[in-house]
Design a protein around this ligand. Structure first.
Ligand code: 0X9
Ligand code: ZN
Ligand code: ZN
Length: 297
């Protein structure tokens, strides 16, 4: 049965999502699973929330489910007149199912079309300096970028689905959830030199989110540009969404990658008893960014 305080498998996440009025599908994975999400709210400002692009990062889909519940039935439903949430809780379903079937540390999707090795790193497959630094040409690598940008059904379907909200200017914030290392990352990550035109704004909202998180359970989440905090890694969804919003005329796009708990003790194998405290502290960051969108975007 579905349980917000446990890790749920793909079928359970999907069944839970189907209890939402705004359930939608937006494509099919390589192995034929539904790509799905929920759309909640009637506001003119769209906030996109996606989880599970990397299969082994189980706390990520757990947060999306937590957030979905609170958007419909809890502390985030106060925003539904101002904001429409587009939430995709499991955007790499084949990879996620693979981690439930014994290959717990799997990261990529499950495309078998590129020779002997399986899978593309979906977070290297977007059209953001695709095949640039920090992405591998080798299909056996865990950071294989794929033969071309959006070669993968999972990344292509997200691009196609979000296009309406990008082109009409309604998409204000793109929030994508990973683990681990407790970071709040903003563009760019796709080369060593590019700076976001609204870097100061991204940084100040990022620092505010970090402070809000700390106040909940005293956890430290550093906020900064990807190349400063981590490494260059081209082809990521955060940089794609950011540049797509810019190209559509949005002069202050918000795009963040959240790296959830922990700082390395358990890593991807975060015990389920940390789901609740992790989700509670991330809620505090979500209030910050949502209020910022409502007041400024
Ligand atoms: O490398 C990644 O894709 C992310 N870290 S993870 O350990 N979850 O794999 C960070 C992504 C930061 N953004 C971009 N590189 N665009
Ligand atoms: Zn390459
Ligand atoms: Zn990740």
């Amino acid at each position: 049965a579905h349980d917000l305080l446990k890790y749920n498998d793909y079928d359970t996440i999907k069944a839970y999502s189907q209890t939402f009025d705004g359930y939608f599908t937006y494509g099919t994975s390589f192995e034929g699973r539904d790509l799905f999400g929920v759309k909640v709210g009637s506001g003119s400002k769209v906030v996109s929330v996606d989880c599970g692009i990397h299969a082994r990062e189980w706390i990520s889909p757990a947060y999306c489910q937590w957030f979905m519940n609170e958007v419909r039935d809890g502390q985030f439903n106060q925003y539904l007149n101002d904001v429409t949430f587009v939430i995709m809780p499991s955007i790499n379903p084949d990879g996620y199912v693979n981690t439930w079937n014994g290959d717990r540390m799997w990261r990529k999707n499950r495309n078998t079309g590129y020779g002997a090795c399986v899978g593309v790193d979906l977070n290297r497959n977007y059209d953001a300096n695709h095949a640039g630094p920090g992405a591998s040409d080798r299909p056996c690598s865990d950071t294989y970028h794929g033969p071309s940008a959006f070669s993968e059904p999972e990344s292509k379907a997200q691009q196609d689905h979000m296009k309406q909200y990008i082109d009409d200017g309604s998409l204000k914030a793109f929030l994508t959830f990973h683990s681990y290392s407790q970071l709040i990352i903003f563009p760019y990550s796709y080369d060593y030199t590019s700076q976001a035109p609204n870097k100061a704004e991204l940084n100040s909202v990022g620092q505010e989110m970090s402070a809000a998180i700390r106040a909940v359970h005293r956890q430290s989440y550093e906020a900064g540009q990807g190349t400063d905090l981590l490494y260059a890694a081209a082809g990521g969804s955060d940089d794609w969404a950011y540049d797509a919003m810019l190209a559509a005329g949005n002069d202050g796009p918000l795009s963040y990658t959240f790296e959830l708990r922990d700082e390395g003790r358990y890593g991807f194998l975060l015990p389920a008893n940390q789901i609740q405290p992790n989700c509670e502290e991330i809620d505090a960051a979500m209030h910050v960014v949502i209020n910022y969108v409502i007041e400024n975007k």
